[in-house]
Ligand binder design. Structure first.
Ligand code: GLC
Ligand code: MG
Length: 433
């Protein structure tokens, strides 16, 4: 049991307060075509990653999403895909940093980016290039001006534009990604600079991450791999421009892996390759009957079990229900989102009715932001959000449970003492943002 388990009292206000010590792993990942596979309607690799992270990393590591998307499009993606909540979100190609689920902005970063930057001059000069087609209004941000440009024109436009903007006294950075997007940013911005800024901040706090893994697929991710000491994974489906950058600049760096697996599965592969920690997702393990080692894993496994039961992927048997009941204390109660209170053992009988009700459907359950606090030796208060996706329909619920691995409560693993759910409409936190 990891006793460094953290409390998140200042959650959203100051991420540094959350960790008692250095994060074991800081995982910094791009979203589109890296964490999120847009060619996988089942979202299998993302769901594998989610289960791995919540079971083994959430309590003592840091999850950072670093995306080119503006906050608007980032929030939209969170609604569309079964994503978990990162500790830090870096958006708009490293020009906006926010902390926690409430997305508190880093004002220090904004001030830093104002140096030698004038958005109006960028707009004025770029408008003289007919090859540059402006992106949607949501993607134009205080420190990011974005366009589409065809592949064959990208290099010449970049060169000419850099020259003009330099002559106008600006110090900018121009990044080409995905064979189509061109972003103009302050020179001090970008995904790499934002990561360097965060690493420095952790260092100042005396909590530098023990390991950092950067994950990406396209041009704007290249910078992430240039930060000293950082491990990197280019997922198997990485774009040509990133692979080219790699062969020109980092070919001999053993800390950078070109994974053989796509998207989030490539990330999991890299965790194993660089020996950064456990890389066996609970989704890849069939129930071994082995003793569960942490309350986090217990929660993840329980959600998976319910998913399998409803998809009829486990055998329907009284043994299953009896097994579930065995994990529950006789006096355990369930507080239903409706407010009704049930005896937990009795409530488990209702499971019989839902066996296979999602068979053949696109039905998935995942848990997010599992937070376990040890109240007394062997007694854990565990908070988490549980999400269900059935086709297009999505439901979320915030849970608070008390688990214990005390011998008098359960012989092995964790027994359930109390389970409480709060309906999403009662706790605004449950709409994905
Ligand atoms: C995302 C952003 C877009 C940007 C691109 C590459 O797609 O929405 O504005 O150009 O990433 O950084
Ligand atoms: Mg990408």
């Amino acid at each position: 049991m990891d006793t460094r388990c953290v409390t998140r009292l200042n959650w959203g206000l100051n991420i540094m307060d959350r960790l008692n010590s250095s994060p074991r792993l800081m995982l910094v990942s791009d979203l589109d075509h890296t964490m999120v596979d847009h060619h996988d309607p089942e979202n299998s690799s993302l769901l594998r990653f989610n289960a791995l992270w919540e079971a083994y990393y959430r309590q003592d590591s840091l999850l950072v999403f670093s995306t080119g998307r503006s906050p608007t499009l980032y929030k939209q993606l969170r609604k569309e895909k079964p994503m978990i909540t990162p500790d830090i979100a870096i958006m708009s190609v490293g020009t906006e940093i926010t902390y926690g689920r409430s997305m508190v902005p880093d004002d220090g970063w904004v001030q830093f980016l104002n140096q030698k930057w004038d958005k109006n001059i960028v707009i004025e000069e770029t408008s003289k290039f007919p090859e540059l087609k402006p992106q949607a209004e949501t993607e134009q941000r205080p420190h990011k001006v974005s366009f589409y440009v065809e592949k064959d024109k990208a290099q010449s436009v970049t060169k000419a534009l850099s020259k003009v903007l330099e002559e106008r006294g600006l110090n900018v950075k121009i990044i080409y990604s995905g064979g189509i997007d061109l972003d103009v940013l302050p020179n001090g911005a970008g995904k790499g600079q934002a990561l360097a800024y965060l690493l420095k901040k952790f260092e100042t706090e005396g909590k530098p991450p023990l390991n950092t893994l950067a994950c990406g697929d396209s041009g704007n991710d290249a910078e992430l791999f240039s930060i000293p000491g950082v491990y990197g994974v280019m997922v198997s489906n990485a774009q040509e421009e990133l692979l080219q950058w790699h062969s020109e600049n980092a070919k001999d760096n053993p800390k950078i892996l070109h994974a053989s697996e796509r998207c989030a599965s490539g990330i999991i592969q890299a965790i194993g390759h660089f020996k950064l920690g456990l890389n066996l997702s609970p989704r890849d393990v069939s129930d071994t009957g082995e003793e569960v080692s942490s309350p986090h894993l217990e929660i993840v496994n329980f959600a998976l079990l319910v998913e399998k039961w409803r998809r009829a992927e486990v055998e329907s048997s009284e043994l299953f229900i009896a097994g579930l009941k065995a994990t529950v204390l006789a006096s355990a109660i369930l507080i239903h989102p409706s407010g009704s209170v049930y005896n937990m053992k009795e409530y488990l009988n209702t499971f019989r009715k839902v066996y296979g009700d999602k068979k053949g459907k696109q039905y998935r359950i995942w848990v997010d932001d599992v937070l376990a606090t040890e109240l007394a030796p062997g007694i854990w208060l565990v908070k988490f959000d549980k999400w269900e996706l059935c086709g297009e329909e999505r439901k979320g619920c915030a849970f608070t449970s008390i688990l214990s691995n005390k011998k008098e409560i359960r012989i092995s693993g964790f027994g359930l003492v109390q389970f409480g759910a709060r309906a999403p409409d009662l706790v605004g936190r449950l709409s994905p943002r």
